[in-house]
Design a protein around this ligand. Structure first.
Ligand SMILES: Cc1cc2nc3c(=O)[nH]c(=O)nc-3n(C[C@H](O)[C@H](O)[C@H](O)COP(=O)(O)O)c2cc1C
Length: 403
């Protein structure tokens, strides 16, 4: 049975939700599921904007069939060829043999690489080209590496709709509510949106900045992304988040404490530091166990906070492996411009602090590491408490200095 939503008088959401998938891209947990958005325009010509993942193809086909109501599908605009959108394109091409594909040169290359039969059906476009479907005229904007190289976004000049590909997307299935003004985004969606952006697109801040600059020059009224809610009311809120994230600016002043502990002693120090910060008036503090928290959540929180405390045991003369993995992920995603503090622990040759500092200062960009640190010999003792207090004071001082 079909399940569609109307966006404008002749544009419809024809996507579908997956609440069964455990890991997006087989990496990131999605306990709230994910939506695969696709859009159908019923103009003089009928136009499908992107497709969906194989997992939800049946729902998608029923949605399209219902709205076409016997009409031909004339065009498919493919903004992004990643298989979570491109996979079911193969089925669409079979079911609608007269449909032509409008896309970029590189996307056509990818379609061939994925084994699609597209000969004689392609309309190649590039940035600045326009295409008319009747009442609606669209133009294409290149968005390379947001987050694949072939990405286009499509702007409908007639109604101000931007089909933004993966930009402005979010994890989370849609509970019937499609539009940003139908949900409480800041309460129910922002964490998943941040986790989606930071882990999926986070590495490509400069490319997102380039897209935002291009977007600033066009009169966008509605943003239709490939995952999550459609933006038609409070666009500025989300554009502002994207601007911050892609400039690697923290969203909030506060302290994220991530600890690595096998037997609880380093964990005690993390808790003591958190309590000291709160007692000194810093309420925006979060504490996570690196072994117990999927790294996608840690990355998301690290993009959010201005200050990060890494508290780690020494493990075989190295950094505890899950902590090291977290640092490697931060580096891979190009995170920069944060202030760190270090708590280290060792029972015979304490190395974790020096190694973490070296990683932050020499393998990453624009990271500040505070001079104060806490060194534990196996456990937190009375004699360490002044160091914990001093570290809390140093974090607070640094937060005051940052604008
Ligand atoms: C497998 C293993 C390897 C360790 N390697 C080191 C080491 O190389 N140097 C060191 O000083 N302590 C080492 N330790 C001790 C821990 O760093 C730490 O002092 C101890 O686990 C207490 O902290 P925790 O209660 O937070 O786990 C090791 C512990 C384990 C279990």
């Amino acid at each position: 049975m079909h399940s569609v939503r109307k966006i404008t008088e002749d544009l419809y959401w024809v996507g579908a939700n997956d609440r069964r998938l455990a890991l997006f891209e087989n990496i990131h947990p999605i306990p709230r599921g994910v939506s695969y958005n696709s859009y159908l325009l019923l103009d003089k010509k009928t136009v499908l904007f992107d497709a969906v993942d194989w997992a939800v193809c049946r729902q998608f086909l029923e949605n399209i069939e219902f709205l076409l109501n016997g009409r031909e599908l004339d065009y498919i605009v493919v903004n992004h060829m990643e298989p979570d959108h491109g996979a079911s394109l193969e089925e669409i091409l079979l079911r609608y043999p007269n449909a032509k594909i409008i896309s970029s040169e590189k996307a056509f290359l990818f379609m061939r690489q994925f084994g699609f039969s597209i000969d004689g059906r392609i309309e190649q476009v590039k940035e600045g080209d326009t295409f008319s479907f009747g009442k609606h005229e669209v133009t294409f904007i290149a968005a390379p590496m947001v987050h694949w190289p072939e990405v286009l976004v499509t702007f409908d000049k007639t109604n101000g709709v931007l089909f933004s590909a993966d930009a402005f997307g979010s994890f989370g299935a849609l509970d019937g509510k499609l539009f940003d003004d139908e949900v409480n985004f800041d309460r129910d969606w922002i964490d998943d949106a941040r986790r989606y952006y930071t882990n999926i697109v986070g590495k490509y801040g400069p490319q997102v900045q380039a897209l935002l600059k291009k977007a600033a020059g066009i009169p966008i009224k509605i943003i239709c992304p490939l995952h999550g809610p459609v933006w038609r009311t409070n666009l500025g809120y989300f554009l502002d988040k994207y601007d911050k994230w892609s400039r690697y600016e923290p969203e909030e002043k506060g302290v994220l404490i991530v600890y690595a502990s096998m037997y609880g002693n380093t964990e005690s120090a993390a808790n003591a530091l958190a309590a000291a910060l709160v007692e000194k008036g810093v309420k925006n503090v979060s504490v996570y166990d690196v072994s117990n928290t999927h790294v996608s959540y840690l990355i998301s929180e690290t993009f959010r906070y201005s200050h990060v405390v890494l508290a780690s045991v020494t493990y075989n003369l190295g950094i505890y492996p899950p902590m090291h993995n977290y640092l490697m992920d931060m580096k891979a995603l190009n995170l920069q411009n944060r202030t760190f503090a270090i708590v280290e622990n060792g029972s015979w040759a304490c190395k974790s602090g020096t190694l973490m500092r070296d990683f932050l200062e020499n393998q990453m960009k624009k990271m500040t590491v505070l001079d104060e640190k806490v060194t534990l010999n196996s456990s937190l003792k009375e004699e360490n408490l002044p160091d914990v207090e001093a570290l809390a004071d140093s974090l607070i001082e640094s937060m005051k200095e940052k604008k």
